[in-house]
Design a protein around this ligand. Sequence first.
Ligand SMILES: [Zn+2]
Length: 78
Amino acid sequence: MTDQPHLERVLGPLLGPDEPELGCDECFAELDRYVELEVTRADADAAVPGLRAHLEGCPACREEHESLLALVAGDRPL
Ligand SMILES: [Zn+2]
């Protein structure tokens, strides 16, 4: 949408106060932590607000999330 990701990051919180919008960079940065929380049944969405919404709107990150989840869950049987 814009080639100024920094500007978007600054404006993002102002534009969407209720639904913080993560970019792919933030998503990838938090994905490990998010999945860790998910598999321990912690409140991952509260810990990383906006990530779930990003996954729903971003097929690339959703795919990454699914493979990471499979990896972590397989690592540590529930
Ligand atoms: Zn993404």
